[in-house]
Design a protein around this ligand. Structure first.
Ligand code: HEM
Ligand code: NAG
Ligand code: NAG
Length: 491
């Protein structure tokens, strides 16, 4: 009896010894991991952000964490992030596989695809296609202005009162992506569109919650019927819907005369029928990726911008003066005009800085054994660039901790962008939609400020600027008061 207990004990000890987590030599410092669970117990899985802050203070700008047996390195501050993502770009541009998000997307699309030919081909294709449609040229602008008209119409209906702009901005951002992808938009009341959005939103919540962390940490539980299964159901349903949209879209297409992203992809697919990574399941995933990446991000940034504009009437008025002057006699805003609007540009950039929309970027992964700031980091290490630490870094900004457009203006009042402005990240994996996003932010903000005055409703209490954390950060829900402005030419 005693003998068998001792045997079991020895067995357990050997097991722990065998599976003990061996930190690689010269690996960045961090809290000590325990076998199997890594640092799971040192984190508050309902709210890990607090602990992260403590780790960065204690261990410095390059520190390590274990998700189960899997090592991760968190990068804090401009210097570490630039050295990794830009200077050593080739070593740091992978994406981790074997996580909930990677399994849900099945290695297709673009966002979670590892560094390699498939990613390169798809990324290059998207950049080229978005450019051919005129990022910086006319027709992308038309698509955005077309959707902006619907925003204006809805706000006009609510003028004289107040509304929560969350759904409106979200639907508008989503429609702009649809317009780019398919050339059509969905009515704000459309049911299919609502289901599409709802499943995406639910998945963003799951990916960000404790169940995703448990899935990523403990491979043995992955087949159990736990709440993360819902994420896979949602993805299946979204793929079905995406495939249906593409199927329906094919009827409108003239091969060789592409009018939108999906047309271009189908043309490319037929041109390179053999030996390329382009195929229709890829396209479905690509459509979902672009929709996912372009919707919450843009709309949450707009929400932050309008939260600060409604609560800073002096800044709003200064934008309006500049906009009225520059657009005098013109029917609508154009992106080119941004060069004549330094103050408005500064306000938009400052809103992005404060919005801190994608605080931890998208996880990267090392593609080979490498070094960073004196530490050795093996191939396959998860890399988490803490973008929010750069957007608030002391020494990089004139006013790191307050909303102040002067962060982007020089002594002469000209627009100037500090190099620590990294809301889109940096390097080869930098946001693929940056050009589109910046055009959207500018055209929507300028059009709305020209037409409306926004104010904080008297009965709304004190504004709450505390952000709500997630994969993307969003402000607390708020209502904004809306008044019609007289256009200069109507006065
Ligand atoms: C204000 C709006 C936006 C912000 C703040 C933002 C931010 C980001 C960030 C931080 C990343 C991760 C970069 C990295 O891995 O280092 C990213 C990736 C990406 N974004 Fe955006 N984004 C925005 C809008 C958009 C839009 C409108 C699109 C759609 C066209 C888009 C498409 C993508 C894609 C496809 C990736 C993955 C790129 C890759 O892995 O190669 N984003 N974005
Ligand atoms: C974890 O975070 C939540 C939310 O902030 C908090 O209510 C809870 O007390 C924390 N738990 C521990 C163990 O610190
Ligand atoms: C990222 O940086 C911010 C600001 O310095 C900090 O509050 C947050 O906890 C950090 N997150 C991680 C994962 O280190």
């Amino acid at each position: 009896m005693l003998g068998s207990l001792v045997l079991v004990w020895i067995f357990i000890c050997l097991l722990f010894l065998f599976i003990r987590i061996q930190r690689p030599k010269n690996f960045p410092p961090g809290p000590r991991p325990v076998p199997v669970f890594g640092n799971l117990f040192q984190l508050n899985i309902t709210n890990p952000l607090k602990e992260f802050e403590r780790f960065a203070e204690r261990y410095g700008s390059v520190y390590s964490l274990y998700f189960g047996r899997r090592p991760a390195v968190v990068l804090t501050g401009f210097k570490a992030i630039k050295e990794a993502l830009v200077t050593k770009a080739a070593d740091f541009s992978g994406r981790p596989q074997n996580l909930l998000v990677s399994h849900a997307t099945e290695g297709k699309g673009v966002i979670m695809v590892d560094h390699g030919l498939q990613w390169k081909e798809h990324r290059r294709f998207a950049l080229m296609t978005l450019r051919n449609f005129g990022l910086g040229k006319q027709s992308m602008e038309d698509r955005i202005l077309r959707e902006t008209k619907h925003i204006v119409a809805l706000l006009e209906k609510n003028a004289g009162g107040s509304m929560n702009p969350q759904t409106l901005f979200h639907d508008a951002a989503s429609n702009i992506i649809y317009l780019v992808l398919f050339g059509v938009r969905h009515d704000y009341e459309d049911n299919m569109h609502k289901e599409f959005i709802q499943r995406f939103t639910e998945n963003a919540k799951i990916a960000n919650g404790p169940w995703a962390m448990i899935y990523d940490t403990l491979p043995i539980v992955r087949n159990l019927p736990l709440p993360f299964k819902k994420a896979f159901d949602n993805v299946q349903k979204l793929k079905q819907m995406g495939a249906q949209m593409i199927e329906k879209h094919k009827a409108t297409r003239v091969p060789g005369e592409p009018k939108n992203f999906v047309d271009c992809y189908l043309d490319e697919m037929e041109k390179t029928a053999h030996g390329s990574s382009f195929d229709e399941t890829q396209l479905v995933n690509y459509v979902l990726d672009l929709h996912f990446a372009g919707t919450d991000t843009t709309s949450n940034t707009l929400l932050t911008a309008f939260l600060y504009l409604t609560t800073h009437p002096d800044i709003q008025e200064k934008c309006q003066q500049e906009i009225d002057e520059v657009l005098e006699g013109k029917a609508h805003a154009s992106y080119e005009e941004r060069h004549n609007m330094p103050f408005t540009q500064a306000v938009i950039h400052e809103s992005q800085r404060i919005a801190n929309t994608v605080p931890l970027s998208v996880p990267h992964c090392t593609t080979k054994d490498t070094e960073l700031m004196g530490y050795s980091i093996p191939k396959g290490t998860l890399i988490i660039p803490n973008l929010s630490s750069v957007l608030k870094e002391e020494g990089q900004w004139k006013f790191p901790h307050e909303f102040n457009p002067a962060n982007f203006l020089n002594e002469q009042g000209q627009f100037e962008k500090p190099e620590a402005f990294l809301p889109f990240s940096a390097g080869p994996r930098v946001c693929l939609g940056e050009g589109l996003a910046r055009m959207e932010l500018f055209l929507i903000l300028v059009t709305l400020l020209r037409r409306f005055q926004f104010f904080w409703p008297e009965d709304a209490g004190e504004p709450d600027f505390t952000p709500v954390y997630g994969i993307t950060v969003t402000p607390q829900p708020y209502r904004m008061g809306i008044k019609l402005r007289k256009l200069a030419r109507e006065m």
